[in-house]
Design a protein around this ligand. Structure first.
Ligand SMILES: [Mn+2]
Length: 341
């Protein structure tokens, strides 16, 4: 069990959960596999313990994450503002999963901040903000899903993990470890995943349901991005891909279509840092990846109003995409030593 749960505070949370409660589980904007997987798994667990639990997410998420058990019960704040606000206000407990600051949940931040329920963070992003009553943060953990598994285990309920929970947790761990390949994948992670399979996680099917769901236009967008928009900045060991709004529209872009695109840039031999820039409605969103010691979390925090993990982070710019690219390339000069030594 992760040390974050070997604390006296866990006993307080255990006591809190010993009688039936109204519980809301929230997660970050543009939810990914770990966000949805960990949230739904925790929701299944809490419902199985007799609580009234519900997941509220800031905005919608791609179709390849919508097959998970419990998906139909998720409230998307963008579409269900009123009912979400009523439930958040009435909640005894609000969980914050897979995010480290209220800025990560957009408009949902206001009702969550105002809510009087006990707030509990379970997360693995760096530098968590102090907005909850209980913060269970382990920045070395591969995923929030793994932490949710260990949370349930620490509560003494490992035996309560059923197939629904196992399938959701598997998605979270699988997606946040890049299918068990990132350095955050420990032997412990494999042991947890093995027990999830024993509990009924359909491991092979899950890979198919999450990864083999490309549309034709999505693959054509990938082909276009790789042939025309991939730029190797050899002197810095950096590769970038950028897509304008016009290009995204041309390939009928839907949410999730560019998921993982940045990893193609990172996969070039010798590249240490990759960045993907996408323009939408006057904002350029940036995904950073690193496969060395270079912390893209720190870089994104310092220069692009973002953050995340050392090897995977996000950021944004309100400048045009051309200006953002110029700014990014200009910044590399001061990091040349670090990127090439
Ligand atoms: Mn995560």
């Amino acid at each position: 069990v992760s040390n974050v749960f070997s604390v006296p505070e866990l006993e307080e949370v255990k006591t809190l959960l010993s009688s039936s409660k109204k519980i809301i589980i929230t997660t970050h904007r543009s939810p990914d596999g770990d966000a949805i997987g960990s949230s739904l798994a925790l929701c299944h667990y809490l419902v199985s313990k007799g609580h009234d639990a519900k997941v509220v997410v800031p905005d919608s998420y791609p179709k390849f994450l919508q097959w998970m058990p419990g998906n139909d019960g998720v409230l998307v704040y963008d579409y269900h503002k009123e009912i979400s606000e009523r439930k958040i206000e009435a909640a005894d407990i609000i969980f914050s999963l897979d995010y480290n600051g209220l800025g990560r949940i957009m408009d949902l931040a206001k009702p969550v901040a105002a809510a009087k329920g006990t707030k509990i963070i379970i997360d693995h992003h760096q530098q968590p903000e102090d907005f909850a009553d209980y913060t269970f943060s382990d920045t070395d953990s591969c995923s929030t899903a793994q932490l949710v598994y260990e949370f349930i285990e620490a509560l003494g309920d490992a035996d309560a993990i059923n197939a629904d929970m196992a399938n959701c947790l598997y998605v979270g761990i699988m997606t946040d470890t890049g299918s068990f390949r990132f350095p955050s994948t420990l032997s412990k992670t494999h042991r947890i995943v093995a027990s999830l399979i024993d509990c009924g996680a359909k491991n092979s099917q899950i890979h198919e349901w999450v990864y083999d769901t490309n549309t034709l236009s999505q693959l054509q967008l990938l082909g276009y991005a790789l042939s025309n928009k991939l730029e190797l900045l050899e002197e810095y060991n950096v590769a970038i891909i950028s897509l304008t709004q016009e290009e995204l529209i041309r390939f009928s872009f839907k949410k999730g279509d560019t998921e993982g695109l940045v990893n193609y840039a990172l996969s070039i031999d010798g590249v240490r840092v990759a960045a993907f820039f996408a323009e939408k409605d006057g904002l350029v969103r940036i995904s950073f990846r690193s496969k060395g010691a270079f912390s893209v979390n720190q870089f994104a925090r310092k220069h692009f109003n973002g953050g995340g993990h050392d090897r995977a982070a996000g950021g944004a710019s309100e400048k045009s995409i051309a200006e953002t690219l110029t700014e990014f390339k200009g910044l590399l000069v001061q990091y040349k030593q670090e990127l090439t030594s």
